[in-house]
Design a protein around this ligand. Structure first.
Ligand code: SF4
Length: 390
């Protein structure tokens, strides 16, 4: 008798990694690589290939939920700062995450920019860097500029890892991460086309685990999950198809995603968007692999409130996502105190209103614990739409 793994058991493996703030898979990797170094970064896009090619383990530090008590970080960051900045700092200050050798902040907002100085001042052993992204992504100078910036970050990485990175190593890493993006895009394709076969929570956990473990092992995990989905026997339910917008940086609590999926199919979203930021493979045979990575970031990429590119008007991109996902409505969320997210919420709402697409506006915080009010709002929203579409 052939024993087939279940999606549930593989998702539980992913959950164990995602819900443990000490990053157990990274610790196991360090046990296996006694000279190994770890590079953490905020989860909005970072070219992890640069760290991987140097033999480092790149980790996405996406904050943490209510189980992490914020005790020390509040002394260093103002109360009006978003939760992810505080919880990421707390993870290190409390010693929960004591494995970082380098940390890279993208300059996505004032909070991220200023956090770098806080980290640099408080953690002597962590090389804290800002990776300066081009302000005008459409400029002809953007690719040469970003290539130069990636080279500068790579020199820092080489210093920390005590190695020199070759183009061959970069190409091998690009190939690995291309595969990872293809696998994650496939999870999303299944969720979009047959959301009853792979729920939003399952897709989220399987995807987010990528940032908490070596990517080679994550590729294997997702391959197993995709094989297991083929044996799933589930029937479609009468649920409204929605797109969730607002999870590009601070992540909504898992329970919030669960509350929404109880009433709706979340057929597309921007959770952990950095893992899917590049929408096509980065050419492996490019003469200059660093330039190829910069080019992909600027020209073959997704959108978010923290990248400003006149070729990708965010409202139009959201409407396109809704159309392509066959969604009937949108949850327009934003993390509390997230200036870019809250600002974009206004533009998204206006565009959806003008396009006649029903939407529900909400705020969240990674450490929210009660969802009864949200459950009532989502259920009322979903029921009113089912009634309207009936
Ligand atoms: S949640 Fe918003 S404000 Fe906070 S670091 Fe991310 S983009 Fe910046």
């Amino acid at each position: 008798m052939i024993c087939v793994e279940t999606v549930e058991s593989i998702v539980e493996e992913a959950r164990a990694l995602v819900e443990d703030p000490s990053y157990p898979a990274a610790r196991r990797w360090l046990e296996e690589h006694s000279d190994g170094k770890v590079l953490g970064h905020f989860q909005v896009y970072f070219p992890e290939e640069l760290a991987h090619a140097a033999g480092m383990l790149p980790l996405k530090i996406a904050g943490f939920d209510t189980t992490l008590q914020i005790r020390k970080a509040d002394a260093h960051l103002a109360a009006f700062v978003c939760s992810i900045a505080r919880s990421a700092l707390e993870l290190v200050m409390s010693g929960t995450l004591d494995i970082l050798d380098m940390f890279v902040f993208p300059p996505i907002c004032d909070v991220a920019r200023h956090s770098c100085a806080v980290w640099a001042r408080n953690f002597e052993d962590i090389d804290s860097q800002i990776m300066y992204l081009p302000h005008n992504a459409a400029s002809a100078a953007a690719v040469p500029y970003l290539t130069g910036e990636y080279r500068r970050i790579l020199r820092e990485i080489e210093e920390v890892a005590s190695t020199r990175v070759t183009d061959e190593a970069l190409r091998a890493s690009i190939e690995l991460f291309n595969e990872n993006r293809r696998l994650i895009h496939e999870l999303y394709r299944i969720k979009r086309e047959t959301p009853w076969l792979l729920s939003a929570v399952e897709t989220y956990l399987l995807t987010r685990a990528a940032g908490a473990m070596p990517r080679e092992r994550h590729n294997e995990l997702v391959r197993r999950a995709l094989a297991a989905v083929e044996h799933r026997d589930a029937k479609p339910q009468d649920k409204v198809r929605v797109v969730f917008s607002g999870g590009f940086c601070e992540q909504p609590p898992l329970d919030l995603i669960a509350v929404i999926q109880d009433a709706c199919y979340i057929v597309d979203d921007d959770f952990m968007v950095g893992l899917r930021w590049l929408t096509e493979d980065v050419p492996v045979d490019a003469e200059d692999p660093i330039e190829a990575l910069a080019d992909a970031y600027l020209h073959r990429s997704d959108y978010s409130p923290v990248q400003h590119d006149p070729r990708k008007p965010k409202e139009e991109m959201l409407l396109r996502k809704v159309r392509e996902a066959g969604a009937e409505a949108v949850i327009v969320a934003a993390a509390k105190m997230c200036e870019p997210g809250l600002e974009e919420q206004v533009g998204y709402s206006q565009a959806l209103y003008e396009a006649g697409i029903p939407h529900l506006v909400m705020e969240f915080e990674e450490k929210t614990t009660t969802f009864e009010q949200t459950r009532m709002e989502v259920e009322t929203f979903a029921e009113s739409l089912l009634f309207e579409f009936a």
